[in-house]
Design a protein around this ligand. Sequence first.
Ligand SMILES: [Zn+2]
Length: 753
Amino acid sequence: MRRFVAVLVVLLAIFPTLSAAPSDSGQLAGYTRDNSQSERQWEQKFRALPDPARIRDNMQRLSARPHHVGSPYDKDNAEWLLATFKQWGLDAHIETFNVLFPTPKQRAVELIEPKRYVAKLEEPAIPVDPTSGQKAEQLPTYNAYSIDGDVTAPLVYVNYGIPDDYDQLDRLGISVKGAIVIARYGHSWRGIKPKVAAEHGAVGCIIYSDPHEDGYFEGDVFPKGALRNEWGAQRGSVDDIPLYPGDPLTPGVGATADAKRLPLAEVKTLTKIPVLPISYGDAQPLLSALEGPVAPEAWRGSLPITYHVGPGPAKVHLLVKSNWDLKPLNDVIVTIPGSELPNEWVIRGNHHDAWVNGAQDPISGMAPEMEELRALSELLKQGWRPKRTIIYAAWDGEEPGLLGSTEWAETHADELRQKAVAYFNTDGNDRGFLGVEGSHSLESFINDVARDITDPETNTSVWERRKLYDISNAKTDEDRKGVRDRSQLRIEAIGSGSDYTVFVDHLGIASLNLGYGGEVDGGIYHSIYDDFCWYTHFDDPTFVYGRALSQTLGTAVMRLADADVVPLEFNGMADTYARYVDELEKLAKKKRDDAIERDRELDEGVFTAVADPTKKSVPPPRLVIPPYLNFAPLHNAVDTLKNSAGKYQAAFAAAQADGSLAKASAVDAKLIATEHALTNNQGLPERPWFKNQLYAPGFYTGYAAKTMPAIREAIEQDKWPLADQSIAVVAKVLQNEAAAIDSATAELETVTK
Ligand SMILES: [Zn+2]
């Protein structure tokens, strides 16, 4: 769903060396000396197998026709994947679910006043791009799970349509009550825009792609260049995934044939107002018809117009009507049984459905995933037997709302809670730098994997290249020093936006999301131009990064599946959680300082004194000064956690050194439990599906992660009693985590004595 962006890893604190950083030839964490050696040999054999030409062929096959949920080619792809996996001698099957998937019946955006313009809402076929002309099979541009609506109202431009933008509108004295808002894509997941607009009383929402974000401001547009052309529009889901992902009709349970389903009227994740996406070709007549104040400087995009906010005189008619049908999902599941620990599962997935042809999203991740499976099947023929069971998934229905992964994981929740060791996700891939986000217990593990993968463009390791990237992009000297001094690169926290969500957020399974990127500035995301022609001209034409992705994920899967003991690492985790507590304290202090300053400036008359009397300007509201929060329980819990982590790592290092790790596989169950300890049953305030108390997608950001979300969002939203309660809840979770780690230490010491 989300296009990969190489996110700068922010480094602030420096922590002493956490664990020995193995080199290519060193002993692998979680392995005895002998087992490490044989594992390295199998991994080397594996990494020689992925073939860029085959990845290219996979992409061409899977993206040959539009393949959204419920379409003929979506099913055809699932069946082809199944047949191919079976042909490689693998045990594969399809699991089918039935989910709510609306498709558009009627769409209209019309400017009624001061003059008439009927939006085209159409991406034209381009002669040099052979699949762009497959009109009969393409889903039109729309936002799935917008409610039906037919509204006519004055238009207001709301910039990105995030909460801060509405504060700014208040200062301009502009209300969106009864208006249709037009927001540009960017700065939040798209579903946040209609949600916030409706909260402010708007009756409709139009989202457009400004050329500033992914059009001609960034580079030449398709087909001359990689960026979005005048009529390209971004489809996408506006289902309220931060409330719960998956089938809107079956929250918390699998959407099997006999599942109990909510009536449509009771579904809380649909938008409250109708919403449609449009191109900048269609947006320009609307925006240029707006008057009212000139938009603040930061709000101006790259269209050749003066951006005004409105409201009016532009008046717009917006019409959205969908077919609200159930559609079948086909998840393709491959099982490679474990030889010694079959009841421990290492799971790896990428989705196969797309909005249209989807060469980049998701096939640039799916095609390498296939190649991993082919390579693993070759190793099986040569006698390799993974210790643990490996499950590969090709998910359906990711684009509308992480449907295939969520329904599968909800269906198998009890078994997954017992057996799943980790989940590895990809979702698209580009040329560039390795990006990793996920559970911090896997940070050290994935750093070690990245040290063994060769970057195709520089021939250094992808780890080394990423480290140099982080040094080059560090914002402060302290950040730069942090990158140089720490033995491991920090991984980002995980939010939402792809199929890992149910694993990490709902079930408490350690998860990672990986991909290469950062060198390709594309503007075809969720359009008909995200296809084989575009990808092979502008992204990774030789598929060497496809091969690197196969090598990275395949190595990670093998290394975790074959380990004597799962190499989760807790010192780095405790260090990261301590940083979150510091961030929260700073955030609370800033909220307090800002409120004091605001009220002081109101008393001084600052806002009225500096306002231009010929323009409307409203002073901001007076703020209640926030109380001091008591962070002591969190600090104490982090201390306990650091202490427990240190003891575990010492016991682990001793067992690894003396070879007793070979008898210690019973520790795994305790290690799996450490990740569950990060969840609790009641879940987050007002969104009980999200059980993880360390990571969640932001309620008002969507993709971006909020760490210690219950506390952080309570502070951000000025809910002070809730912030205090949440500190107690998260402190308890961290204490539980420390106890779970202690239990793993005790187990390790018993079996290795
Ligand atoms: Zn995707």
